[in-house]
Design a binder for this molecule. Structure first.
Ligand code: AMP
Length: 431
């Protein structure tokens, strides 16, 4: 029986036979992860790692029962002790759980975390939507200021700039605070009530449970109806208005272009004040590259201190797909600096020793498998994009000299084997 990867999942491998799958090559992931870690470092965010699964209630409590993720998309199972567990569908609730459980607030008032790893949602797979996908996210805890909101937005925009992405748009909105959301919710319901029958099934369900979520609807009919709906901006409390204007002012000063999207609410219950999303035209239907916002009440709701928080999460698959569509450049994959070609079984042991000696000095080295003919071994060196090939036979070992062949130029350098390491170190340093 042949096994295949479950639907909606994929492997990340060193090489992909199909050009359209090149975004799944591990070198590209390493390139992206390197930039992500550098960005986090540059902005003062430290890594936090939480487990792949948590108790189900954490996500229900955190994201709200009516959210699409909780109501339709969670991978939930009972463990052997019959406790309900869920593969993490997002990063914020687990980070907050860890923060509260460890009492990290006792160590200081301000905390900046980043996380990177796999997340799981059971949804219909399509290009840019997977059942296991990867997110990079940040959470800044302890700062209620609009400056902090602007920082996380600017940080995500900076990531896309550093990666060379073009044609992305920051969509910005506010969902106000609870004092403006209640009257706005009523106004929206009053506006939609006469059109209830025309709403999509999902929106009809949301009408009573969480009408603001109707604003998120991708249904064409709903979107048409929403064109003349009241706007949250007409219901903002003075404090929320000042907060939002200040976020805009800081983004202007940081030269981050954005568009105000009055219908953006971002699906989850925990947001307040600022919400944002960054979209890319190259992505088609699944056009959201990342997004986030402020969630001041979440820590308190999860039994922690009442500290404000703001953050974002972005999908690594969609970044790589967009980079591919826009022909962005990537660091090259690992390749050996020296590829050792043993000539005959007698020379193999000495060649094997040389390979390890190079590796131990931090010079990437590889060796052709035993018994490989010289032509085949050199082909392998080319395939692995080695910089140099070192052919070692009995003659070379006896004379203590060998030729180091630069594979691209086919230029050869005579080297003394007892100076192999120092010669290669110099070449590698100047590479
Ligand atoms: P969300 O947590 O839904 O706000 O998602 C944040 C980001 O994660 C999105 O903008 C996407 O880039 C990515 N994302 C969310 N769900 C998926 C998925 N099923 N497959 C791939 N990427 C996803």
């Amino acid at each position: 029986m042949r096994y295949s990867v479950p639907k909606g999942l994929f492997d990340i491998v060193p090489q992909e036979p199909k050009a359209t799958d090149a975004w799944r090559c591990s070198a590209r992931w390493q390139h992206l992860e390197k930039h992500v870690r550098q960005l986090a470092h540059d902005y003062g965010y430290s890594e936090i790692r939480t487990p792949m699964f948590e108790r189900t209630e954490l996500f229900v409590r955190g994201m709200g029962e009516s959210s699409d993720i909780v109501s339709k998309e969670m991978y939930t199972f009972n463990d052997k002790a019959d406790r309900s567990m869920t593969l993490r569908p997002e990063g914020t609730a687990p980070v907050m759980r860890a923060f509260v459980e460890k009492g990290l607030h006792q160590l200081g008032q301000f905390h900046k975390f980043f996380y990177i790893g796999p997340y799981f949602r059971y949804d219909r797979p399509q290009a840019g939507r997977y059942r296991q996908f990867h997110q990079f996210g940040v959470e800044a805890i302890g700062d209620a200021s609009p400056e902090q909101d602007a920082e996380v937005i600017a940080m995500l925009a900076d990531l896309y700039t550093r990666l060379g992405l073009q044609e992305w748009t920051v969509l910005l909105n506010t969902v106000g605070d609870s004092s403006c959301r209640a009257p706005y919710r009523e106004a929206l319901k009053n506006y939609l009530k006469p059109h209830f029958e025309k709403l999509s099934e999902d929106s009809q369900t949301r009408f009573n449970k969480n009408p603001l979520r109707i604003l998120d609807s991708k249904d064409r009919g709903d979107q048409d109806l929403l064109k003349n709906a009241p706007s949250i901006h007409d219901y903002l409390s003075p404090a929320s208005k000042v907060h939002f204007d200040s976020v805009c002012k800081h983004l202007d000063a940081l030269l981050i272009p954005y568009s105000i999207a009055p219908n953006l609410v971002r699906g989850l219950d925990y947001y307040n004040q600022t919400v944002f999303e960054i979209t890319a035209t190259a992505l088609g239907a699944q056009n959201s590259l990342g997004g986030g916002g402020r969630f001041d009440g979440l820590l308190d709701q999860l039994g922690g201190p009442d500290l404000p928080s703001t953050g974002f999460a972005c999908g690594l698959e969609r970044i790589l797909l967009t980079m591919d569509a826009q022909k962005c450049t990537f660091d090259t994959a690992f390749h050996p600096f020296v590829f050792v070609v043993p000539l005959g079984d007698n020379a193999f042991d000495a060649a094997y020793q040389c390979t390890f000696a190079l590796r131990r000095e931090g010079i990437p080295a590889d060796i052709a498998p035993k018994g490989r003919k010289v032509q085949k071994a050199l082909q392998l060196a080319d395939q692995k994009q080695a910089t140099y090939a070192l052919v070692l036979g009995d003659d070379e070992i006896q004379s203590g000299t060998a030729k180091l062949k630069h594979l691209q130029s086919r230029r050869e350098i005579d080297i003394k084997l007892d100076a192999l390491i120092t010669t290669c170190e110099k070449l590698y340093a100047n590479n």
